[in-house]
Design a protein around this ligand. Structure first.
Ligand code: SAM
Length: 291
């Protein structure tokens, strides 16, 4: 399935004012927030009253607006993190803390070709489509039609569907691509598909996988070494928020303690020359498990 709509992303349009077609966030009392797509002539209804979209279109971002009952809201342009947190989902989605680190570590930027499996609800697909710009391409594989449809809807809502090819397939049978700059592999048994992933990446290409348990990470490490991936790193990202009170600055009571381990690696070509063996050991590519 691919898309040829030429819509510019509804997310993050460069403008100081809210315009027809923009994604907008309304933040009311007690942090109640809503993300809507502005459409002239329509209205937004909550239990706090009604707001006409025409009263929002043309307003400067960051200003206050009121419902017909007088309930106050701030009108904001949602960030990528706001949108991803708000995404309709039926799988575990990624947290902004992990997404940001994955994008910069794999160098996912304008013009890159990125492959993904599985698509899930499409949260990482959206983040990658945003990062690669109009010249890049995301190709995302998913086995379940219902998940693919949800991801398609989510991509269309943010206006990024035209940058993505959604493919319905069990990745056991491999990928159509052979020149990916980066691969994001997010399913429970990534270690079963490393030869296929290797074939889809160009030499030097990046791989990242996200796994909730150390047992899965161990299995993945064995598979990566067997398939000549190198520069292997395992990490997890912990973020601690603080109560932003100048006189009582202290951590908030709760934090997200664990989302998943991130495993990064790069596809390298093993050398024949004995002089390169020490370097190969240093970059983790040596098959220490003797497979
Ligand atoms: C953890 S979810 C991915 C979540 C996604 N990263 C997101 O942000 O929404 C894993 C997805 O992989 C899909 N999947 C599992 N095994 C697969 C396979 N062999 N081939 C293709 N997709 C698969 C599942 O159907 C599921 O939607």
């Amino acid at each position: 399935m691919s898309f040829d709509d030429a819509t510019s992303p509804a997310i993050g349009r460069i403008s100081n004012i809210a315009r027809d077609g923009d994604l907008a966030e309304l933040v009311g009392l007690r942090h109640k927030h809503f993300i809507i797509t502005l459409k002239a002539g329509t209205k937004f209804e909550t239990h706090r009253g009604v707001i006409q979209h025409d009263d929002l279109i043309g307003k400067a971002w960051g200003t206050q607006v009121f419902s017909h009952l007088g309930a106050p809201f701030f009108l904001l342009q949602p960030s990528l993190a706001d949108l991803l947190t708000d995404l309709p989902r039926s799988t575990q989605i990624l947290y902004p803390k992990d997404i940001g680190f994955i994008l910069v570590t794999m160098g996912i930027g304008p013009g890159k070709k990125v492959i993904e499996a599985g698509t899930g609800s499409g949260s990482m697909t959206i983040a990658m489509a945003y990062a690669i710009g109009a010249e890049g391409r995301v190709i995302s594989y998913e086995i379940r039609p219902d998940m693919q449809n949800l991801a398609k809807k989510n991509l269309e809502r943010v206006g990024l569907a035209s940058r993505v090819d959604l493919k319905l397939r069990d990745i056991q049978s491999g990928f159509d691509e052979t020149d990916g700059d980066a691969f994001f592999l997010d399913l429970p048994n990534p270690y079963d598909y490393i030869p296929q992933v290797r074939a889809a990446l160009k030499p030097g290409g990046f791989l990242c996988s996200l796994l909730p348990t150390v047992n899965q990470v161990e299995q993945l490490l064995v598979a990566l070494r067997r398939e000549h991936f190198a520069f292997i790193e395992v990490c997890e990202i912990l973020v601690r928020y603080y109560k932003a009170e100048p006189n009582r600055l202290r951590p908030t009571d709760r934090m997200v303690a664990h989302t998943g381990f991130l495993i990064f690696a790069r596809k390298i070509e093993p050398g024949e020359d004995e002089r390169g063996k020490e370097l190969e050991k240093e970059i983790d590519s040596a098959d220490v498990f003797g497979h």
